[in-house]
Design a protein around this ligand. Structure first.
Ligand SMILES: [Zn+2]
Ligand SMILES: [Zn+2]
Length: 278
């Protein structure tokens, strides 16, 4: 089996990551990575501890461009961002972006984190979704579908992130037909954009999930539609750069995938390339 040796979803101290960008690149290179994509949380006007401060966006771009030059010919480095639906940054300032939905906007224009404190999400469900967890999930997928189909990202980030707090709160049954159909319908609409579906191992790496996002039934359909996946660790700490990759590869193989896509090892030949899984 060929190793993936790449990650296109990496956070640094420019946002909520624990490792400076330079150290992240050095470690990736030592591990034999052929490519690495930096994707700090794009600037937002709220929740400042989590994202690139709008005034530091230029510094982020400059630093990643410098690292890109430093590793030229040895490891392909890319300037990306993970752009939340409510970010204020311009995606065209970056080589690619991952589209993610991490918040619900409340009527008073404040935001509640979908994957943050479980008790906050629970409160949101009671106050704004009539106590109905499925209604919350429906809202999440509907926001995400609209965001992806309109913004056309390179990568769909952690597609079923609502699973994170559902594993604690048990707001709805993830095996129910109604939940599965709503998730599938959303994924089907996104598949029309040709974005890569991210197999995100970050939850496994950080110990709060036992399987990657998205769930197997979604990956199975994605495969049946002839679409492509990319495996990412959503790395916030250098020691977890390829955490969960092996498990993701095994899941993908069991679902019939014979390759994944990664950031290209040679930017001259294009942005993406395939890696065989067997
Ligand atoms: Zn994210
Ligand atoms: Zn992330």
């Amino acid at each position: 089996m060929e190793k993936i040796l790449s990650c296109a979803h990496v956070h640094t101290t420019f946002c909520d990551g624990k490792t400076p960008a330079e150290e992240m690149a050095r470690k990736a290179y030592e591990m034999g990575f052929v490519s690495l994509g930096f994707t700090s949380h794009a600037a937002q006007t709220f929740d400042p501890g989590y994202c690139i401060e709008p005034s530091r966006e230029k510094d982020y771009i400059k630093e990643i461009r410098n690292i890109q030059k430093e590793y030229e010919g040895r490891m392909a480095v890319y300037l990306g961002i993970e752009r939340d639906l409510y970010s204020c940054s311009n995606p065209s300032d970056f080589e690619y972006f991952i589209a993610s939905v991490h918040y619900f906007e409340k009527p008073d224009k404040t935001y509640i984190g979908i994957d943050a404190e479980a008790s906050d999400l629970q409160k949101y469900v009671y106050e704004y979704c009539g106590g109905d967890g499925l209604e919350m999930a429906k809202r999440y997928f509907s926001l995400f579908t609209e965001y992806v189909t309109e913004s056309r990202p390179a990568i769909i980030g952690h597609f079923d992130l609502v699973r994170k707090n559902n594993s604690i709160l048990k707001l709805y049954d993830e095996n129910s037909k109604v939940y599965r159909n709503m998730a599938l319908e959303s994924l089907r609409a996104m598949s029309e954009t040709n974005a890569l579906l991210e197999v995100n191992t970050g939850g496994i790496a950080r110990g709060y999930m036992t399987s990657p996002y998205p769930a197997d039934f979604l990956l199975k359909e994605w495969k049946a539609w002839g679409k492509e996946v990319i495996v990412n660790s959503d790395c916030h700490n250098v020691s977890l750069l390829d955490a969960g990759f092996k498990q993701a590869e095994e899941i993908l193989l069991s679902l019939g995938y014979d390759h994944v896509v990664r950031l290209s090892s040679d930017p001259q030949k294009g942005m993406w390339e395939r890696v065989a899984l067997k």
